[in-house]
Design a protein around this ligand. Structure first.
Ligand code: SF4
Length: 484
């Protein structure tokens, strides 16, 4: 399927220019980041856990085929049916087939970024199946006909007043109500009825355990457990990278996940599923590739498969916090999304590796130590190598490279630039062709370069005197010129 070209600056504009929302979003996510820091610093072996998690993931991804087969054997022995889906289309077709076999018209689904990635909701709805997302944040965005803007906090971009308006329209709550307690109660009552009438429960998977053939789903609302407790059929959709070798390994990840995601010691519910719940029930596990094997084959970007979808890199990213998750036009936004999306389609997502200041904060917080900012830099290299850099950037880079290799020319150009910026009318530099100045003012250009200042103030005495002489002569000339 041909994907549209994503231009991150353009897509981010509505969010960035809404200063109130942008600041509030920034603050809300920073609050989560601070909570994460508090939790991380309360665990003395935090860095050891990160090292361990990274090593487990490296080992698992290197031996993924073996672990997937082991998982299938053990899950099947426990009575589950394991399906393999090469891509999103196959995944959706498998789920629909199971639903058709049971004459299902309504499903309840807990949060699953994989089903978002595969476009399962619209696919099922096109085929006459009602889908009810049961995670509160996901239900809010579903009612608003939006997509999640964050992988852990799907409705983080929406204010409580807007939730109140949405619930008033769809659930009949009081007009103008925005009290979180009242709105949550209303959502609870609404979802209870949906749980009771759900014919099949669909969940995502946080970790699949090869040793046991079981899997783990982490939620804070208990909606995954409720969603699969009542129906006879449970379908678990799992990306193949969610595999870990053993239960002992799981303990490393459960200690890292919630602390990194929301700053909690552990998720409220960490539910283990081992086979169907009784003889009258069915458990289907759909293992999905959808480009993961291709990513695994790439030495540079393979570590991106280690991601446990905690969202910490988003909460800390200065670009994500200010531009909002929808600006990435991808299921997984933020730093990890900017690595994963170009792996899916480099041309469509070529702007995402540039939605990054390279500050490295994402790499610092990542619980599985993915070197995210190095990966984003590597993507820029790939894009340049593949001729995917826009012409304007190519010309700018070539010009900069030419100048940087010729110090004399560079100094002359700098001097001319500083003079030009002082004397040229404002519209010459601030116009619709210069995107950089659209939301910024240029600083007042200094009269001397940093090099001149450094030689005059900190350089070796001989050169300093000479520079001082030049600077004095220059100042005299200037003052004469100003006077005249
Ligand atoms: S890349 Fe790391 S920090 Fe970002 S979501 Fe994945 S595990 Fe979390």
């Amino acid at each position: 399927m041909k994907l549209p070209i994503v231009d991150h600056p353009t897509a981010a504009k509505p969010f960035v220019t809404n200063e109130d929302r942008s600041h509030w979003h920034d603050d809300a996510l920073w609050f989560v980041r601070v909570k994460r820091d508090r939790q991380a610093s309360s665990v003395p072996e935090w860095e050891y856990l990160r090292e361990r998690a990274s090593a487990i993931k490296t080992h698992t991804i290197a031996n993924l085929g073996d672990y997937l087969e082991q998982f299938e054997r053990n899950a099947t022995a426990r009575g589950a049916t394991v399906h393999w889906a090469a891509d999103a289309e196959e995944h959706n077709a498998i789920v629909l087939k199971i639903l058709r076999q049971h004459g299902t018209e309504r499903i309840v689904k807990s949060k699953s970024m994989l089903t978002e990635e595969c476009g399962l909701n619209p696919y099922l709805e096109d085929n006459g199946v009602e889908v009810v997302d049961t995670d509160l944040g996901e239900r809010i965005v579903q009612l608003r006909e939006e997509t999640p803007s964050h992988i852990v906090l799907p409705a983080i971009h929406i204010k409580k007043e807007e939730v109140g308006q949405t619930f008033h329209t769809h659930l009949g709550t009081d007009a103008g109500a925005s009290d979180p307690q009242y709105l949550t109660e209303a959502a609870r009552n609404h979802l209870r009825n949906k749980f009771l009438s759900g014919e099949v429960g669909i969940t995502g998977v946080n970790f699949g355990i090869a040793q046991t053939g079981g899997f783990v789903v982490c939620t804070n609302e208990g909606n995954a457990d409720l969603g699969v407790s009542l129906p006879k059929v449970h379908i678990a959709c799992m990306g193949i990278e969610k595999m870990i070798p053993s239960l002992a390994d799981l303990s490393v990840f459960t200690r890292l996940l919630a602390r990194s995601a929301t700053g909690q010691p552990v998720t409220t519910y960490t539910s283990h599923f081992h086979g169907p719940k009784d003889d009258n029930s069915e458990l289907h596990i759909v293992l999905v590739d959808n480009g993961r094997t291709r990513l695994r084959g790439n030495d540079t970007f393979r570590p991106a498969m280690h991601c446990i979808r905690c969202g910490a890199c988003m909460n800390t990213c200065p670009v994500y916090r200010r531009s909002g998750g929808h600006s990435y036009r991808a299921t997984v936004p933020g730093p990890i999304g900017s690595v994963l999306s170009p792996s899916r389609d480099a041309k469509s997502y070529k702007s995402l590796p540039y939605a990054c200041s390279l500050c490295g904060s994402c790499s610092d917080v990542c619980p599985v130590k993915i070197p995210l900012h190095h990966q984003l830099l590597a993507w820029r290299g790939e894009l340049v190598g593949n001729g995917l850099l826009p012409l304007s950037k190519r010309v700018a880079m070539k010009t900069a490279s030419f100048l940087f290799q010729r110090p004399g020319l560079y100094r002359t150009a700098g001097s001319m630039g500083r003079t030009a910026l002082r004397v040229l009318p404002h519209f010459v530099t601030h116009n619709r062709f210069n995107t950089w100045t659209k939301a910024r003012e240029l600083p007042k250009p200094p009269r001397e370069s940093f090099r001149q200042w450094y030689i005059a103030n900190r350089g070796n005495p001989q050169r300093r005197d000479s520079a001082n002489g030049n600077a004095t002569a220059h100042a005299n000339t200037r003052s004469n010129g100003d006077a005249s």
